[in-house]
Design a protein around this ligand. Structure first.
Ligand SMILES: [Zn+2]
Length: 397
């Protein structure tokens, strides 16, 4: 329903970016659904939409359920909004049953997760977690529209921060964006955490020369060397037989002409694992292997670390409660790591986090073909209702 105009900024494919007309229209619609589900609705200072369903003790730390309302270009309909809608549905069920939990439940629709408009990502959850700097708000989109001009209240933006201790837990349901659950015939899985990520720029330097006159045994071909490295990277990651993944996703060749032996290649290297130590071990092995290849071929290797994001483990107790909820609904328990980043990894600095993944067709996301079965969303909702009751039991125990 949120996949087309006015909820998309483009008529041809879904694109909904932070603070655009489509974003505001979608917020309006979601605000209406929140109100219908019995929530008091407000927009926080970071332009996130928040619905609150009061609990038995208004001063008790709240449970925050959330995901993001923005999308990438050419997006699917589930990445983000599904987690918000499941939160609203869960509150709606509580409200209709006249059930109050010992603590308030707030559903939050984050504004900027994907970073598809401004050169930043997860701005709005960083504001809520209290980890955002004032300087990070001094940004503009590709058209030169600043965050302030787009409608953000820069003067009060950081006041979206929740006080430490005010949030008992953050829960997010999200499509898996991978093929594991589908391959195993499972509707849902408990997320163990968000993978630690390293990203490098690797530069291979050789000697450019004429493609017609440089004899094969006299070449220092940077691209042939890089090709060998890329295959070795794939091989080292496969051989680890773990959750570790390594990707070369971008490559530039200089001078990049059909009649010149490549003199220089720059490529990206992205390494992720749920375990930081595993990521570091394999990344070190990869770089050592690339150095060996360069040495054998008479090439020079340089690399620069661009990102080092630590793993963001989900809370052990909350994972147990989610597992129990899945089992109580009669489904097998499956734990899996998230290779992709989510608002939950930002919220982890504020509160214990839990995530539930839903099966998506073919593991496809960030694509119009993104698909989640209604029956799976139903199962997820039942699991979430169990989870809420278990959290309530925990709070009163
Ligand atoms: Zn997402």
């Amino acid at each position: 329903m949120l996949g087309v105009p006015p909820y998309s900024d483009t008529a041809d494919g879904l694109y909904r970016a932070y603070l655009t007309p489509a974003y505001c229209a979608a917020q309006e619609a979601v605000a209406g659904w929140m109100a219908e589900a019995g929530m008091a609705v407000r927009r926080d200072p970071a332009a996130n939409l928040v619905g609150r369903y009061e609990g038995g003790d208004p001063s008790a730390p709240i449970l925050l359920i959330g995901s993001h309302l923005d999308s990438v270009r050419g997006a699917g309909r589930y990445d983000g909004p599904l987690g918000i809608m499941l939160g609203i549905e869960a509150v709606d069920a509580l409200c209709r049953a006249g059930r109050r939990l010992p603590f308030a439940v707030e559903v939050i629709a984050f504004g900027d997760e994907e970073g598809s408009r401004f050169p930043a990502a997860m701005l709005s959850s960083r504001a809520v977690a209290g980890t955002l700097d004032r300087a990070a708000l001094d940004i503009a989109d590709a058209d030169g529209v600043t965050l302030a001009a787009a409608g953000a209240d820069i003067a009060h933006y950081l006041e979206a921060a929740r006080p430490p201790g005010s949030v008992r837990a953050y829960f997010e349901a999200h499509i898996e964006q991978g093929p594991v659950l589908e391959a195993e015939g499972l509707a849902v899985g408990t997320v163990t955490g968000i993978a630690a990520q390293l990203r490098y720029r690797v530069t291979v330097s050789g000697t450019a020369g004429h493609a017609g006159t440089t004899a094969m045994d006299l070449r220092s071909d940077a691209l042939a060397g890089a090709a060998e490295m890329i295959c070795a990277i794939e091989n080292l990651a496969q051989r680890d037989q773990s959750d570790l993944v390594a990707t070369v996703g971008a490559i530039e060749v200089a001078p990049g002409a059909a009649n010149v032996v490549p003199g220089r290649v720059d490529f990206s290297l992205d390494v992720r694992s749920g375990k930081g130590s595993r990521r570091d071990r394999v990344a070190a092995a990869i770089l050592e292997c690339c150095e060996d290849i360069a040495r054998h071929r008479g090439l020079r290797l340089a690399y620069e670390l661009l990102h080092d994001l630590p793993a963001s483990p989900c809370d052990g107790r909350l994972m147990d409660l989610l597992d129990e909820s899945v089992a109580a609904e009669g489904f097998p328990v499956r734990r899996l790591v998230s290779g992709a980043g989510h608002d939950a990894m930002i919220m982890a600095s504020l509160a214990p986090t839990a995530m539930l993944f839903l099966r998506c067709a073919g593991g496809v996301s960030h694509n119009p073909a993104e698909q989640v079965d209604a029956a799976d969303a139903d199962i997820a909702l039942r699991v979430i209702m169990r989870f809420l009751e278990k959290m309530a039991d925990d709070a009163t125990a």
